[in-house]
Design a protein around this ligand. Structure first.
Ligand code: NAP
Length: 278
């Protein structure tokens, strides 16, 4: 059996098109554009690329983008002051602090300085609690993107066994919460899990979010399982052995062009929601 590839680029383009149309409507009604503030600390080249992509797509859907760049030696206090100012600024609808910040900064404290009504990247404890409790709130963007892909391909989740490989606060943990809220039975695996293969073999839905190239082997995949690969490693390699897994899965995301394109589309969708609520 050969898997169908999930076309994340197409699903993201469609979502972005809708956001673009609704942003134009918002402008007609309110006479202003939704505004996303991006905060970047330090010189990490990958982070600079990600923020550039986010700003470009923000402008493309007709939103305003405000960008703040801080030097690598910024202190936690200075970063908190910047974010608190944006939180209080009536001209800003959403705030994105690019992860990771330099190691000496307390990243959790910086995220928590984002007021929940502007947390369009879904990184605060309040947003996590909303995902965990199944209450309305902003999704962490990559997990939100994964859920939207599953919906676009009409994957039934209730009663299914979902295995998440990874438990980071912005990816693994929240994606598990979102799947749980859809009545999936969720197993979390991480670096201390004793038999990863054994868990993955029993999964109807596999979410790979470990940041380890081709960690999930094709032969571990149950016949007909749905495989979502959030991993993005150097050389455009995912966390799943794509060729092996595609022989057994029913649906699978390629890398690139699967989960990746959804993240920014969800960020923009949530920025529009934040703007409407204000
Ligand atoms: P992270 O913070 O480094 O977390 C990785 C998680 O994977 C940790 O929970 C870790 O376990 C677990 N892990 C690592 N090696 C493992 C192993 N051999 N077996 C089982 N579990 C293992 O990474 P992240 O930020 O969640 O990102 C994960 C991947 O997703 C990366 O490739 C990243 O580039 C990608 N990503 C993509 C997007 C996007 O597509 N837009 C967005 C964000 C991230 P411990 O908790 O025990 O350490």
């Amino acid at each position: 059996m050969g898997a169908q590839a999930i076309d994340g680029a197409a699903v993201a383009a469609k979502l972005q098109e809708r956001v673009s149309e609704e942003t134009a409507q918002f402008f007609d009604e309110r006479g202003r554009r939704p505004c996303l503030a991006t905060v970047l600390v330090g010189e990490d080249p990958a982070s600079h690329t990600y923020v550039r992509m986010k700003r470009r797509r923000t402008a493309k859907v007709g939103m305003e983008s405000r960008h703040i760049e801080l030097p690598a030696d910024t202190t936690t206090t200075e970063l908190l002051a910047t974010i608190e100012k944006l939180s209080a600024d009536p001209g800003i609808d959403g705030i994105l602090l690019q992860h990771p910040v330099p190691q000496h900064i307390d990243e959790r404290a910086a995220f928590e300085a984002i007021t929940p009504s502007k947390d369009v990247d879904g990184v605060t404890m309040r947003s996590f609690a909303a995902m965990a409790f199944g209450e309305p709130g902003f999704h962490s963007c990559t997990p939100g993107g994964i859920l939207r892909l599953l919906d676009a391909y009409e994957v039934e989740l209730a009663g299914k066994h979902a295995v998440i490989v990874g438990r980071s606060p912005i990816l693994g943990k929240p994606v598990g919460m979102l799947l749980l809220s859809r009545d999936a039975t969720v197993t979390y695996c991480h670096s201390r899990t004793s038999d990863l293969a054994d868990h993955v073999r029993r999964a109807d839905v596999v979410v790979a979010a470990a940041g380890s190239p081709e960690l999930v082997r094709g032969e571990w995949i149950k016949e007909g399982a749905v495989v979502l690969d959030a991993g993005y490693n150097p050389g455009n390699v995912g966390d799943v052995d794509y060729i092996g897994a595609a022989e057994r899965a029913s649906l699978i995301t390629p890398v690139p062009g699967g989960v990746g394109p959804m993240t920014i589309a969800v960020l923009l969708e949530q920025t529009l929601v934040a703007a409407r609520r204000r």
